[in-house]
Design a protein around this ligand. Structure first.
Ligand SMILES: NC(=O)c1ccc[n+]([C@@H]2O[C@H](COP(=O)([O-])OP(=O)(O)OC[C@H]3O[C@@H](n4cnc5c(N)ncnc54)[C@H](OP(=O)(O)O)[C@@H]3O)[C@@H](O)[C@H]2O)c1
Length: 165
């Protein structure tokens, strides 16, 4: 499976259940990578989406809140249940897309991480583990892109020993 995330210099990813940065080309990149694929997210991220479920994608949501149901998404209540569900899909088509609890839970199982690295340090309340210190090496880096007064690169990182699920 894959992971796709936008991070600041200190691996912050969110504040007040919102994204840290408004970068239209990053949203376009996210769409391009995940369209017609399977997206896996936590309940908080699901509820933070402006449009639910993400269209033209199979939305899988991890939640142990039994009151949460949604006919337009696949709700799983545990990691075991998630892995059972994920066996139905080609691993390369699965994208872990947040938030922090889900990235941190599933990072070791991901083979590829698509990381938008924003060269900024901003106030945040949600962080993920350092991807490079968790077995990933950078395979490709885009040129530096400037947008909305921010500088960032798209990086593709590979985990040589992803855990099996
Ligand atoms: N920068 C990016 O690329 C990016 C992408 C996505 C999201 N975000 C940001 O990330 C933040 C949200 O992250 P978050 O970590 O607070 O929330 P989250 O991961 O989106 O969702 C947390 C939810 O998932 C459930 N969950 C987690 N592990 C579970 C498990 N093993 N079994 C069942 N349910 C499980 C939790 O349930 P319980 O707590 O009840 O156990 C909780 O309800 C927001 O600020 C959002 O904007 C950033």
């Amino acid at each position: 499976m894959n992971l796709i995330v936008a991070v600041s210099n200190d691996y912050a990813i969110g504040k007040d259940n919102k994204l840290l940065f408004n970068i239209p080309s990053d949203l376009a990149y996210f769409k391009e990578k995940t369209i017609n694929k399977v997206v896996v997210m936590g309940e908080k991220t699901y509820f933070s989406l402006p449009r639910r479920p993400l269209p033209k994608r199979i939305n899988i949501v991890l939640s142990d809140n039994i009151n949460f149901t949604d006919a337009n998404a696949i709700i799983v209540r545990s990691l075991d249940e998630l892995f059972k569900e994920l066996k139905k899909y080609n691993s390369d088509d699965i994208f872990v897309c947040g938030g922090a609890s889900i990235y941190n839970l599933l990072m070791d199982y991901c083979k590829v991480a698509y990381v938008t690295k924003v060269n900024a340090s901003v106030p945040a309340d949600t962080y993920i583990k350092n991807i490079e210190k968790n077995g990933f090496v950078v395979k490709e880096i885009s040129p530096v892109i400037k947008e909305n007064n921010l500088e960032f690169t798209f990086q593709t990182m590979i985990n040589k020993k992803p855990k099996k699920y």
